[in-house]
Structure formats: C-alpha cells, structure tokens
Design a protein around this ligand. Structure first.
Ligand code: TXA
Ligand code: MG
Length: 334
C-alpha cells in the first residue's frame, strides 16, 4: 500500500532509505528518489514503466546543493538561476560524478531545478540529497496535477505520497539546454521563451519542436504521451467547423467529446464538452489541461476533438502537450 504522508521528516526518511515517494511541486507532482542511488532511481523507472533511455530531472532545495549535481555553471545559467529559481525552469548542465547513471541515461549532462513549492522545498531541505523526480504519472499518461491522479496511476507501486492539493502551473518545467552558446529550449514549459529572452537575449527552440508545428497533419501515431483513452484530434478552425466535424461523427454513431474553454463551452453540442480554463488567460488552460485530459476517460468516448489554443507564451507548452496527446493528429479548416 502507498502511505499518505503528512510528516516531512517521515517522508525524508523514506527517501534516505531508498524508497520512492510522490510529492507536489508548482508544476506537477513528482516521483522522487535519491539521485545518487541506482537502487532508489531504479524503483522510479519500474513504478512508472518508463523507458530507461529517458533521463530524469534532479531537484534541489538550496543553491549550495548545485555543486553536488553539476560540474560547471555557465554565466548564463547563473543569471537564469538568480532570476527564475525557485521556479519551473530546468537547466541542462554538465553533470557531476556521483549521480546514479540511471538518472542521466548515460548522458554527460544532467537536468536540474529548484521547485517553487513549499512542500517540495521543505522536503528537499530536510533530506539534503539531490532528488531525481520525473512527473508522477504512469509512463504515457497525462502528468498528475493532484494526489488523486498520482494514486490512480501508481497506488501500491510507490512507498508514499504527500498530498499538497492541486498544483499551480499545471504543465511541467521548461527544459533549457545551457551547454550551447545560445541556450536551446528542449521542452516548452512554465517559464516562457519570452520570459527567458527578456533576461538573457536570444534563445532557440529545439528544431524538432518547430517541425511539429510545420507538419500539421503528421500521421506520427506512435508518439502518444499524455493521451486520453479515446483518440484526440486537434482542429484549427472556427466553432462552426468544429461543430460540423462533431455532427458528422455523431451521425455515424460515434460518441464524441470536445475540449474547449469556458468562453465557448455553451456554444457546442456533443456527448461531452469539457472546458479547460479561459482562452484569454492561458495560465488557467495550463492549470486545467491534464485534469481535463484525464477527465475524458470517465465517458467511454469514441473520439475527442480539441480546439487549437495560442502558439506563443504559455501556448507553446500547452500546444506541445496537446499535439503529443493527439499523436500529431491535426486538422485545419481550409
Ligand atoms: O516540472 C517538471 O519538470 C516535473 C516536476 C516533477 O519537477 N518533472 C518532469 O520530469 O517533468 P519528467 O521526467 O517527466 O521530464 C523530464 C524531461 C524529459 O523530457 C527528459 O528527456 C528531459 O527532461 N531531460 C532530463 N535530463 C535531460 C538531459 N540531461 N538532457 C536532455 N533532456 C533531459
Ligand atoms: Mg513526464
């Protein structure tokens, strides 16, 4: 059974004895283990069913702990740390010896961040070890933004969980490669490209992220991270066009869900219409995205159509996750 932990000392002791526990961060719940121990980190991979070639982010509670994790901190990284930590920004830097090889999946670099959540910080400061923590979902499922999501996926497979209520940001941290002259965003997330550029100047987007957008109807069905049970298709078009697609599917006997925002919810007719925040406030969309993606699984749907959200700011992270959830199925109104 998975213990519901209310005592930070008890939680820290579980980590010290190489157990894995879930805890809230400001982005999503993390599944933590001692980053210096193969035994502990191995338990993360088996609980999640995560492929071993996907490296983990290491979490620290104090800046001084950085030297336990990385061998070098560039000037740009120092500026970013001063500006954005604690916060949803993961920096890729040259790794320090001493971490479990499983954490870095054999790479010479490591991802590190200091989360901006009191429970996470208290835990990290109590345990005083660098803690490897991927999102606490079963591999392939949407990341967990509540303790219930974690337990739905991992109950019985992990030693404990600290319930800190719903997380704030709702999408994961931005992963920024700081080993190149111009830093590269490998995963858009809670800190936007615009925010980074306002502090350090030019930042690149990893080419594969850009390509996804350029290839709107890629049949790359294999990659369906974050996917709900029913196939999801993103529709870039008017409400009238989306409703027409829904009607066609329903007329052929399909049970159809729509993913939209509060502004448009009442304008659609479908079997299920779920709203994910307000389009005018993208932070609310990010906050509710995974809850809504998981929520569709309660309705036994045949297919889901999602509206297209914004591209810039937090829209980058939101669309990145939606595109993955859809397995790159995107239809554009001509
Ligand atoms: O917000 C977050 O970042 C959450 C919370 C729990 O902190 N964690 C999280 O971890 O999202 P995870 O494991 O689900 O995602 C880590 C991402 C993966 O895309 C992984 O490939 C990338 O970071 N990553 C980790 N280390 C890396 C490295 N050395 N080089 C390149 N990518 C790396
Ligand atoms: Mg994840």
């Amino acid at each position: 059974m998975t213990d519901r932990l209310t005592d930070i000392k008890q939680a820290a002791n579980l980590l010290k004895t190489k157990e894995v526990i879930a805890f809230p961060t400001e982005t999503v719940y993390g599944l933590g283990a001692d980053a210096t121990s193969d035994e502990a980190v191995g338990k993360i991979f088996s609980a999640k069913g995560r492929p071993s070639d996907n490296p983990l982010i290491v979490h620290i509670g104090k800046i001084e702990q950085l030297e336990q994790v990385v061998s070098q901190v560039s000037e740009v990284a120092k500026v970013l740390i001063a500006e954005f930590w604690p916060g949803p920004l993961t920096l890729i830097l040259p790794k320090k010896e001493g971490l479990s090889k499983l954490v870095t999946a054999g790479l010479e670099t490591v991802g590190v961040r200091m989360p901006n959540h009191l429970v996470a910080l208290n835990l990290l400061r109590e345990v005083q070890l660098p803690i490897a923590a991927p999102s606490a979902n079963a591999s392939g499922r949407p990341s967990p933004t509540t303790a219930k999501h974690v337990l739905d996926d991992l109950d019985g497979k992990i030693a404990g969980i600290i319930d800190g209520g719903a997380t704030g940001v709702g999408v994961e941290s931005t992963v920024l490669d700081c080993t190149t002259d111009i830093p590269i965003i490998l995963r858009p997330g809670g800190v936007t490209k615009e925010q980074l550029e306002s502090v350090i100047g030019l930042v690149h987007m990893d080419a594969s992220l850009e390509n996804t957008k350029l290839a709107p109807k890629s049949p790359g069905m294999k990659y369906t991270h974050y996917a709900p049970d029913a196939p999801l298709t993103i529709i870039k078009g008017s409400q009238v066009f989306i409703q027409k697609m829904v009607n066609e599917a329903r007329n052929s006997g399909k049970k159809v869900g729509i993913l939209t925002t509060e502004e448009s919810k009442s304008l659609y007719e479908a079997d299920v219409v779920l709203a994910c925040g307000n389009k005018t406030q993208l932070s609310s969309v990010a906050q509710n995205l995974y809850e809504v993606l998981r929520g569709f699984n309660d309705y036994n749907l045949d297919l889901i159509y999602s509206e297209y959200f914004a591209d810039s700011g937090l829209g980058e992270a939101i669309m990145n996750r939606l595109v993955k959830a859809s397995g790159h199925r995107l239809i554009e109104e001509k």
